[in-house]
Write a protein that binds this ligand. Structure first.
Ligand code: APR
Length: 237
């Protein structure tokens, strides 16, 4: 059996699939650029049909489906899918995944520097290109900052513990596009493997994690993940 088929076999039998993603996932499989999308799943579609008001009117379902990427589609194929991401761009949510743990926060969310008070509502728009005084927290007047994890900071309370528990209880962990260098996130595949899960890695090149995974699939997220989805669809049909 090929490595791809072994991976498809594991995913199609899984009850709980954890998809652990890093920067390589957003690069190719976030909100797709036209090039990514046209090379991959949607190769046969005309961009004019996918990204125009007229195209939407002609076939709303097709256009809406374009924005639901391969990872989100796994939710239809496996009883429980949780995305655990190191990315801060929020792309998984925009792509339609519903259960997401953001280990390193989210660049579209803000909190205050002194007390982590969440900032609700919009920040004033700015077109300043250069240093800009941050707004102040309405509750404590300390500076507002992005709600992301900076180097040397702890992960958001509870989030890593949840990711670790899921890693311990999943059947399959699909690791996509991470170098496996930044801890504690990089430790999750080993937690899953030690607990008996099949760990599948997708990366354009071997990473720090590769020696410890069950199946390494070399290639871009944009090409390999859709192959896994298509294979799993066929296996479950
Ligand atoms: N498809 C799949 N994998 C890819 C692709 C692609 N198209 N392009 C790049 N990669 C792989 C690279 O080979 C590399 O292993 O994605 C990985 C990206 O590694 P990093 O840039 O180190 O990203 P990540 O692992 O997410 O970084 C972890 O470091 O900067 C901090 O907190 C930040 O969350 C980030 C953390």
């Amino acid at each position: 059996m090929s490595d791809l088929n072994r991976a498809v076999d594991a995913i199609s039998r899984a009850h709980l699939l954890v998809v652990a993603t890093g920067a390589g996932m957003s690069k190719e499989s976030g909100i797709p650029t036209f090039r990514d999308a046209l090379d991959g799943l949607w190769a046969s579609y005309d961009p004019q049909e996918l990204a125009t008001r007229e195209g939407f009117n002609r076939d709303p379902a097709r256009v809406w489906g374009w924005y639901n990427l391969a990872i989100a589609r796994l939710e239809d194929l496996v009883p429980e899918v949780v995305v655990v991401t190191q990315n801060i761009d929020g792309f998984h949510a925009r792509a339609g995944s519903t259960t997401i743990l953001e280990l390193h926060g989210n660049i579209h969310r803000f909190k205050c520097f002194d007390h982590d008070h969440p900032l609700n509502g919009e920040l004033p728009p700015s077109d300043v290109d250069g240093p800009l005084e941050p707004p102040l927290c309405p509750r404590c007047a300390s500076y507002v900052r992005p709600d992301v994890v900076w180097y040397g900071e702890m992960l958001p309370p509870g989030v890593f513990e949840q990711a670790e528990a899921l890693s311990r209880s999943c059947d399959v962990m699909l690791v996509v596009g991470t170098s496996g260098i930044v801890y504690p996130a990089a430790g999750l595949p080993m937690v899953a493997r030690a607990a008996g899960a099949t760990v599948i890695e997708v990366n354009v090149e071997p990473s720090e994690l590769t020696p410890g995974v069950d199946i390494f699939l070399q290639g871009t997220a944009g090409e390999v993940v859709p192959q896994l989805v298509t294979g799993t669809e066929a296996a479950r049909a």
